[in-house]
Design a protein around this ligand. Structure first.
Ligand SMILES: [Zn+2]
Length: 74
């Protein structure tokens, strides 16, 4: 798990913050292209693990931010 800043209830949720090369998949350490916001914490996944976990996580998350399309833009 990543140790990102603990967001309390008053902290704004940065749902539209783009992912960067510094964001890493929680499962394998590859560059993250998917960010799931879940109960105030964030889970980061590469495109592969994003797809793998999407079906299970999607009903639970408050936000599912998917930039995996960037992989195919060039
Ligand atoms: Zn991964």
């Amino acid at each position: 798990m990543t140790t990102l800043t603990n967001t309390d209830e008053t902290a704004p949720v940065e749902e539209e913050r783009p992912l960067t090369a510094l964001d890493r998949c929680d499962s394998c350490g590859s560059q993250a292209y998917v960010r799931a916001t879940l109960g105030g914490s964030e889970l980061l996944f590469c495109a592969h693990h994003g797809n793998k976990h999407k079906e299970k996580l999607l009903p639970l998350v408050s936000s599912w931010h998917d930039e995996s399309h960037k992989l195919y833009e060039r």
